[in-house]
Design a protein around this ligand. Structure first.
Ligand code: SAH
Ligand code: AVI
Length: 322
């Protein structure tokens, strides 16, 4: 019932070492957001989704709660749900339940970089959905998308949570083109995107009063300490999150609170930070329907369905190959 393929090998460790070295030696310094997600990072993200200020998860859940049956109908009643960046699959239950109720549910394919959360999620789902086959893939979805198992019948590939917003435009374009190449003629992509809104709401969603987003952001330093033998002092950095209206994205950084040197034994590298220096750790792009339509068109996809919450804060869109 459960088969999980793990593709985080020596290759992944070498990629991480190369990425981190390049990012820390660049000016300005930058780290990729995929490195937030060790077990602690995944748990911190789960706590973010419950924060009063972080509306995207609630908005997406409301859409899935109300409209999963309609979405699946528009997608031609797929039997296989592939989910990229699946995490805890908390909201995915709405789709899986609607598939079960329609009698189409056969296979769920979670794809995530975090092995612990993928295993945990698979175990929970086979208990909750008797007869469900879970064929998970632990990998970097930007590297190993083509390893997603082929299935018989119609598929829907879901990429929820707004995670597409964490990719730069060029990465996003390449990623959507590769997804398009995986879609057969009856298959669909279901994509979650956060929508542009006023700066105050956006910035408070990423500067929560309980400090969970700050802990999540700093977790990337803990990951480097654990996996690359670094000696980052997490107390010597502060969380910064601002909306860049021109680029239409949140810009999330860590600011050094003092002049400091950090040693990364695993890379045989010593890096200096000056007081006030900012290192970007994530972007989170916000969209409009028009912008998304042109992003889809550039990747050979066409919009077939648009589902928003009542406040128009967030959208799920359904697309297929032109
Ligand atoms: N879909 C869930 C989780 C979103 S958090 C939700 O909507 O709540 C982003 C998820 O994507 C995390 O589970 C993280 O581990 C995963 N992820 C981030 N970058 C990834 C990458 N490059 N390859 C595979 N998974 C990735
Ligand atoms: C996973 N991703 C869509 C989240 C976002 O909103 O961009 C990650 C996050 N970073 C800070 N808070 C949440």
């Amino acid at each position: 019932m459960i088969a999980i393929d793990v593709h985080l090998d020596a290759d992944a460790a070498a990629t991480m070492a190369r990425d981190v070295r390049a990012g820390l030696c660049a000016y300005p310094k930058e780290l990729a957001p995929k490195y937030f997600y060790d077990d602690r990072g995944s748990r911190l993200f789960e706590r973010i989704t419950e924060l009063p200020e972080y509306y995207p998860t609630r908005a997406e859940r409301a859409i899935l709660d109300q409209r999963s049956a309609e979405i699946l109908d528009a997608a031609g009643a797929p039997g296989t749900l592939v989910e990229l960046g699946s995490g805890s699959a908390a909201k995915t239950r709405h789709l899986l339940s609607a598939m079960r109720d329609a009698g189409s549910l056969e296979t769920y394919v979670p794809v995530d970089i975090s092995e612990e959360i993928t295993q945990r999620t698979a175990n929970e789902l086979v208990d909750e959905y008797p007869g469900l086959s879970v064929r998970g893939l632990v990998c970097d979805f930007e590297q190993h998308l083509e390893r997603i198992p082929d299935g018989d019948g119609r598929r829907m590939i879901a990429f929820l949570g707004g995670t597409i917003g964490n990719l730069y435009p060029r990465q996003r374009h390449a990623f959507l083109e590769r997804i398009a190449a995986l879609l057969g003629s009856g298959d669909h992509l279901l994509l979650g995107t956060d929508l542009i809104k006023d700066r105050t709401r956006l910035e408070s969603a990423y500067n929560d009063s309980a400090g969970v987003t700050a802990d999540f952001n700093k977790n990337v330093l803990a990951v480097l300490n654990n996996q690359l033998g670094a000696d980052f002092d997490l107390e010597a950095f502060e969380h910064v999150a601002r909306y860049d209206a021109e680029a239409e994205r949140m810009d999330i950084r860590l600011r050094s609170l003092c002049d400091q040197d950090v040693r990364l034994d695993g890379l045989d590298l010593e890096i200096a930070f000056v007081a006030g220096e900012e290192m970007r750790t994530e972007i989170s792009t916000k969209f409009t329907r028009e912008r998304l339509e042109s992003v889809y068109a550039g990747a050979g996809l066409e919009l077939r369905g648009w589902f928003t919450d009542p406040a128009d804060d967030y959208a799920l869109s359904l697309s297929r190959v032109v």
